[in-house]
Ligand binder design. Structure first.
Ligand SMILES: Cc1cc2nc3c(=O)[nH]c(=O)nc-3n(C[C@H](O)[C@H](O)[C@H](O)COP(=O)(O)OP(=O)(O)OC[C@H]3O[C@@H](n4cnc5c(N)ncnc54)[C@H](O)[C@@H]3O)c2cc1C
Length: 293
């Protein structure tokens, strides 16, 4: 392991300044970064600790939850608003690693490391989350679906960091669900993970908007747009969910690796998408859907 320097800024501005050094990378919980450094796949010269600069706040504004990038999974899970209004996100975070990992690892680190199996990505994509970025050039916010570029690659330029993730709270008559299959029930990266958000029309039988996101089955987490389109405006049925799931699986481009074969991931995508659609639909009728107080 090559030697590196550790820098502990006291503010976002100072962090941005320090990230301007050559070979500097943000350090949050370190649960991905330190593994990468030990493996020699990421040899930074400087690690800029972003955990002590006020990026671990959760605020609710304009029907969205604004999650600071350095919020740990445990901190996000402790939010009543997240558990009540964003059950798919809560389900995803609750299944990451172990309590020890969730106490250290951050939501910003999860999306910035950008592995295709990142568990927070599908539920964030399914509700239309935005990522806000700061660098020497200023700040910008963009949809999460434009953030991922490839395996472990994002749009972040050297010296930039994510400050917050803006997560819209689904409106009334909307249900969300997250499902993950791994090789074990805990401490296991996803073989496939899926999140769905679906809204009922006023007749309560017709789909009025759906978003379907998958992870671990393509170079980046992605939305299955054709499958979403297939649901739109249709009277809901389990057969309709099955047809959308077939379409979503068609959009995958899985690989074979030590966790699963590509054909297995393809088949599992169909099964999980169907189940997640049905679960989200059921929730859209009841307390699982977010309601105004
Ligand atoms: C035992 C174990 C089990 C795990 N289980 C799971 C699991 O079930 N599901 C899952 O999805 N992941 C899992 N992980 C992976 C990891 O815990 C998560 O991805 C975690 O959320 C990473 O967050 P972190 O704060 O530790 O990131 P770090 O390791 O600190 O950083 C990760 C990457 O993001 C960059 N980064 C961090 N913060 C920012 C920022 N604000 N702006 C820009 N770049 C930033 C870093 O430079 C680095 O490249 C597991 C890891 C371990 C060790």
């Amino acid at each position: 392991m090559k030697a590196f320097g550790y820098l502990a800024p006291r503010s976002v501005e100072e962090a941005v300044d320090l990230l301007g050094r050559e070979g500097a990378v943000p350090l949050a919980g370190g649960t991905d970064l330190l593994v990468a450094i030990k493996r020699g796949t990421l040899p930074p010269r400087w690690m800029v600790d972003v955990t002590g600069i006020g990026l671990d706040r959760l605020d609710e504004a304009n029907r969205a939850v604004v999650i600071g990038a350095a919020s740990t999974h445990a901190q996000v899970l402790a939010s009543d608003t997240v558990r009540a209004g964003l059950p798919a996100l809560a389900e995803a975070l609750a299944g990451i690693g172990s309590p020890q990992v969730r106490n250290l690892a951050t939501i910003g680190g999860n999306i910035c490391y950008a592995v295709p199996s990142a568990d927070s990505a599908p539920p964030l994509l399914a509700v239309g989350a935005e990522v806000c970025i700061i660098g020497v050039g200023g700040t910008r916010c963009l949809p999460l679906e434009d953030f991922f570029v490839g395996p472990r690659r994002t749009v972040l330029a050297p010296g930039e960091m994510v400050t917050e993730i803006r997560v819209p709270l689904p409106g009334p008559h909307t249900g969300t669900a997250f499902l993950k299959a791994g090789r074990r029930k805990a401490m296991s990266l996803a073989v496939v993970n899926v999140a769905v958000s679906i809204r009922r029309a006023s007749d309560s039988m017709t789909v009025d908007g759906a978003r379907i996101a998958l992870g671990a089955v393509a170079p980046t987490p992605f939305r299955a747009l054709a499958a979403e389109q297939l649901l739109q405006g249709q009277v809901f049925s389990v057969d309709l969910a099955e047809a959308a799931a077939v379409e979503a699986a068609r959009a995958t481009a899985p690989i074979t690796d030590l966790r699963a074969t590509a054909p297995y991931r393809h088949a599992l995508s169909r099964v999980l998408v169907k189940r997640a659609i049905v679960k989200a639909w059921e929730r859209s009728a009841g307390p699982g859907g977010y309601r105004d107080a």
